[in-house]
Write a protein that binds this ligand. Structure first.
Ligand code: 5GP
Length: 216
């Protein structure tokens, strides 16, 4: 017999899935596929002081802000974390994340190692962090160049930052090498599937198990 999806036994707290990597390691492709395959998963939209790239939409890719407004969010404690990356500020708005977790929905984050450290301190076991490594430096450089959204100068800056970012891999719960998108996706999906059934998130099980023990 299958459990009715509305049953108390399946009620759980959502999790926060962080994907970090140097730019160009394939995170965006992975995130899109995860969002498509998991209806309970939504992307956290960050606030940033970086100007939009061609094709980026305010409210969808980022909340693009003036530094003064970003500062206001910090002062009002409206960000769960924030960091300066490549000269611009990036941060995670708090309210949508807290609402999603309470409602049993998972949230996906594309944030750097600095933000991940802050979230790990603040959010504890809600957080599941995965570092994505590129298969080689050459592949990383090629991906950054073919993306063609950034100038040569920005590509060079991101390459020099990559080594530093990669040095933080040990601070993550899991590490996945993105040599093949499908294999990498399977690994990330397996991590998420396992993390969803951890006892700590199964808020509905207390009542369900007492009913089981009482024999109905
Ligand atoms: P990009 O400018 O390429 O969109 O992002 C640059 C870097 O900023 C990426 O490494 C990305 O993970 C990071 N980033 C994006 N949003 C946030 C955020 O809200 N917080 C932190 N700490 N990093 C972010």
């Amino acid at each position: 017999m299958q459990l009715d999806p509305s049953t108390q036994a399946l009620t759980r707290r959502g999790l926060m899935l962080v994907l970090s990597s140097p730019s160009g390691a394939g995170k965006t492709t992975l995130s899109r596929a995860l969002l498509k395959n998991n209806e309970d998963l939504a992307m956290s939209v960050s606030a940033t002081t970086r100007p939009p790239r061609p094709g980026e939409e305010d409210g969808k890719d980022y909340f693009f802000m003036e530094p003064v407004d970003f500062n206001l969010m910090i002062n009002r404690d409206e960000l769960l974390e924030y960091a300066k990356v490549f000269g611009n500020y990036y941060g995670t708005p708090r309210a949508p994340v807290e609402a999603a977790l309470e409602a049993g929905k998972d949230v996906l984050f594309d944030i750097d190692w600095q933000g991940t450290q802050q979230l790990a301190q603040k959010m504890g076991e809600d957080l599941v962090s995965i570092f994505i490594l590129p298969p080689s430096t050459a592949v990383l450089e090629k991906r950054l160049k073919t993306r063609a959204q950034d100038s040569d100068e920005v590509v060079a800056q991101r390459m020099s930052k990559a080594a530093e970012e990669i040095s933080h891999w040990r601070e993550y719960d899991y590490v996945v090498i993105n040599d093949d998108v499908d294999r990498c996706l399977n690994e990330v999906q397996a991590i998420m599937t396992a993390e969803r059934v951890r006892c700590i998130r199964r808020t509905g099980l207390i009542d369900f198990v007492s009913q089981l023990r009482e024999g109905y």
